[in-house]
Structures are given as C-alpha cells and as structure tokens.
Design a protein around this ligand. Sequence first.
Ligand SMILES: [Mn+2]
Length: 270
Amino acid sequence: MSIYFIGDIHGCYDELCKLLDIINYDDNNDQLLLTGDLIFRGNKSLEVLKLVYKLKNTNIVLGNHELNLLALYNGILLKNTIFSITNNVFSSEVEELINWLKFQPILLINKIKKFIVVHAGILPFWSTKKIIKYSKEIEFLLKSNYYKYFLDFLFKNIVNEELLKLFTLYKLKCIKFNINVFTRIRYYYNYYQLDNKYLGNPINKPTHLIPWFNKVQILNKYSIIFGHWSTLTSKYTPNKIYNIDTGCCWGKKLTALCWDNKKYYYVNKN
Ligand SMILES: [Mn+2]
C-alpha cells in the first residue's frame, strides 16, 4: 500500500489518467490524495470530477476553483465572471457531484504519517489545534443547510439572518479570512493581510511580502503538501513543505508524489 499525492489537475483528465498509469495506481491498495483545483482552465473538468468521485480510496481537499463551482452552481457567481470556466461542467450529472463536493474537506491531516494536505496554505503561527478547528468550522458551514448563505457571504458579502443564528458577524469574517488562507494564500503582508497580485518566487518578491510557509510552527510535527502555486519552485521552499502544483493547465506538467519514498512522477501536458 502506497500513499500518492497529485497536484492541481485543472481539468487535465488525459494527463491524470496517464499519471495514474505511470504510478500503477491500485485503488484497492493504494491511497490517492489530491490538493484541490481539480477543475476549470483545462477542458475536461467533468471527466476529472467523475473519475475522482468513483475512486474509493481517494480524498481531496477543496480548492478555490471548487468553491467557485459551488458558487456558480448556486447562481452566486455568473459564468462570465470567471475567466477559467470551460464548457462542460454543467451537465445533468453535475448535481450529484456538487452534493459530493460540498462534503469534501478543506484540510486533511494524517497524525500517524505526520502530514497535512491543504490547497493553498496556512498561517505560520497557527497550531495544529487551531488548523483543525478553523477547517471544521468551514466544513460545517459547507455541509449545512445554510451553505448557500455562506457562499453568498463569501463571494458577495451578503449576510443572511440565518447565518447570524450560528455565528456572530465577527466570527463569520474570521471564517471567511480562514477559508481564503486555506484556499488562496501565497504571500501576506502587514499583520497577515493576503496579497493576491504577486505570483512569483520569493527571490524576486516585493520586500513587504512574506511567503506563507516561512517559519511555520507546526513544521516541527508535520509536513505540508499543497498546490495552488504553479510558479513556485521547490528550491525556494523549506524542508517538509511540498508544492506539487506544477502548472499542467499552463502547458507544463502534472505531478505525483509518493509519500513512502518521496519520489516524484511527472506527465507533461499533451
Ligand atoms: Mn488554486
């Protein structure tokens, strides 16, 4: 039995199949963990979702593009407001997939193998306990009957009274900040404000920006496997920080990491 991670697939279904072939993935014995952003940009998003949905020993964490899909499906975002959306995600089969997606976690933690999987990142001072608590709050809202209201708040800042029965406005704002950290962070500045402009490597970064993975406290206990940052090169990340988004949808490659021997496998974009 082996554990494999695969980075951001973004609708690159053919490359995913090839990669599963190369690692000889056995759904009965191995485990596959995906860093989120399975969809959009590439043109086979629906095929990717259907495949992952049917694999039984596979777990994903939600990325910003899965949240976009949930918002699109609920009419909170409009199709033409998302530049990366492609053709065929909205077929008749999608309802079942949406219901499955909203039950997927923001974070995976393996306390025995000592790793955490998240789409984008965490903040350096967050303890294991906090990370679990913050992710559970988000997962609770996504699974709940109030999930459309939560998406309204997330994408449009609309506060429904029903939400305020669950959390105070201040708490809701904290939850929104946390979900943005888990699914979108690359750099922060000034008391942990998230930057969404600079995508490059730390070597050329504007001086006020700090990459999220600098001085992460829980690295003394856990490794972190993440995606979301296809322009980040591994020589700029500390030990135990594994970025496995290698920009397949941008014409580069799709990456798998085998946890047992830390070996990487690649498939170039077709
Ligand atoms: Mn992403």
